[in-house]
Design a protein around this ligand. Structure first.
Ligand code: URP
Ligand code: ZN
Ligand code: ZN
Ligand code: ZN
Length: 464
């Protein structure tokens, strides 16, 4: 039998550990994994000395995201180009229904935006920003279309924030149909008070973004939503997105020990950067929510990543150009007017591989667990995605473990002219991305065509 592609002499890593040998691919699927495959193939690639891992699943991206009166600079083309260059073969992005729109209408809008542009494969969550009988009715239809997870916000007053009674009703409804709930956990009411206080006092520099969103407001919101969700019952599947404090992880872990299906996601910038970045002249670039925190919190997050208490790492890729961040003015605007978000999808792999695996903080298996296996299970993509077995999609990232690269803007693919990791050098770099059996990125070049990614409907999550 002729294969389409054979990867020879690979050091293949999965959650089950390493394997050395060959991988044969046919029609986009992994077909055979064996010590030595000598069959015919259209193409044979020798990868000796390289590490082959499952393509990353970035479960948290905002491409073409309408937020804070701007639309993010990375649309589904630029954004997924960055993903593919970073070894991310699947993203899970957010349908963001305009106010007054049904979830079904918004789903159609997002498929029309994404389908002609995506290079990676993609699945969709839906944001729910308001509640009505129609929205509640839409939820089972969305799950049937493959949108199995929903993001609810406890912050961003007047834009996305829901109150406790709305949160309770939505958690109940989504859980009735087996859906997953993603929570942005920060106390938006108190944040709003603190913002007003600082503005009245003339404290407008970017670092006040951090002072207006202290750790305790994430911890309080996490505690509150866990209490509310626990009241609904043990069938609730909930994860706290972009967790930035160790305490918020510990709250969720303690519920999980009681049998609740509650989890945490964190993002690489909370592992890498601290509040000091907000004090730089370009501090406006580092405004995201929750904000960057102390080195003590960074350490707590690394420890919880290593222990397995943190379930997934998603980038929260939400890119604004300098002009957008500065609202088209010369001076930096007051902190509360700066659009929230940072790039991240392209740098998950090098940052976790170098600062996590190579520094001996996390194992290769844990790295794979939080970047592909767990997101695949949480968002109902497993075993088509996030698994290395015959029949699964042939999605791989190929790492040169010795390649040294500085993470400056010129090596990255986002539609902006800066990098938030300008001063960071890594050892270990993605040199090839394979998406459904096709080499879509090699040596700095994204080869795949615009629109060649595929929508992957989520199924009701099996493992959580
Ligand atoms: O600052 C952030 N995180 N921007 C994206 C929106 C969100 O809350 O995820
Ligand atoms: Zn062929
Ligand atoms: Zn959020
Ligand atoms: Zn986000």
């Amino acid at each position: 039998m002729g294969y389409d592609l054979i990867l020879k002499n690979v050091k293949l890593f999965s959650v089950a550990g390493p394997f050395e040998g060959d991988v044969a691919i046919k029609d986009g699927k992994i077909t055979k994994i064996s010590g030595d495959i000598q069959d015919q193939a259209d193409k044979v690639v020798n990868l000796s000395g390289k590490y082959v891992i499952p393509g990353l699943i970035d479960g948290h991206t905002h491409m073409e995201f309408p937020f804070m009166s701007e639309v993010t600079a990375d649309d589904f083309y630029y954004g997924t180009k960055a993903s593919i260059a970073g070894g991310v073969t699947t993203i899970v992005d957010f349908i963001t229904p305009p106010k007054g729109s049904s979830l079904g209408e918004a789903y159609e809008m997002w498929r029309k935006k994404a389908d002609p542009k995506v290079i990676s494969d993609y699945s969709l969550h839906s944001i729910i920003r308001e509640i009505s009988p129609k929205i509640l009715e839409d939820i089972p239809d969305m799950i049937a279309k493959g949108v199995v997870s929903f993001k609810l916000f406890m912050a961003y007053k007047n834009e996305f924030m829901l109150n406790d009674s709305e949160l309770y009703q939505l958690i109940k409804k989504i859980s009735d149909y087996g859906g997953v709930i993603g929570i942005h956990a920060e106390n938006g009411e108190i944040i709003n008070e603190l913002i007003q206080e600082f503005i009245r006092e003339g404290k407008v520099e970017s670092v006040y973004h951090y002072y207006s969103r202290p750790d305790i407001l994430e911890i309080e919101a996490t505690n509150r939503i866990a209490s509310i969700a626990s009241l609904v019952g043990k069938h609730v599947k909930m994860y706290i997105v972009h967790t930035s404090t160790g305490e918020a992880v510990d709250i969720i872990t303690s519920y999980r020990k009681e049998g609740f299906k509650f989890f945490n996601e964190t993002a690489p910038h909370y592992l890498m950067l601290n509040t000091e970045y907000l004090k730089r002249p370009d501090g406006y670039r580092f405004v995201m929510s929750p904000p960057l925190r102390s080195d003590e919190q960074r350490t707590k997050l690394w420890m919880r990543l290593a222990s397995g208490d943190i379930y997934t790492v998603g980038s929260d890729h939400c890119v604004y150009s300098d002009a957008q961040k500065k609202r088209y003015k010369d001076d930096v605007p007051p902190f509360h007017e700066i659009p929230n978000g940072v790039p991240g999808t392209e740098t998950i792999l090098p940052l976790l591989f170098y600062f996590g695996v190579k520094r001996g903080i996390i194992s290769m298996e844990r790295f794979i667990e939080v970047t592909s296996y767990n997101p695949a299970r949480l968002f109902g993509l497993y075993p088509r995605k996030g698994s290395i077995m015959p029949g699964a999609d042939a999605d791989f990232a190929v790492i040169d473990p010795n390649r040294r690269v500085k993470l400056s803007a010129d090596v990255l693919h986002s539609n902006i002219n800066y990098s938030i990791y300008d001063d960071v050098e890594v050892e270990g770099w993605n040199i090839m991305t394979i998406r459904r059996g096709e080499i879509v990125y090699e040596e700095g070049q994204v080869i795949a065509k615009k629109g060649s990614g595929t929508y992957i409907p989520g199924k009701t999550p099996v493992m959580v």
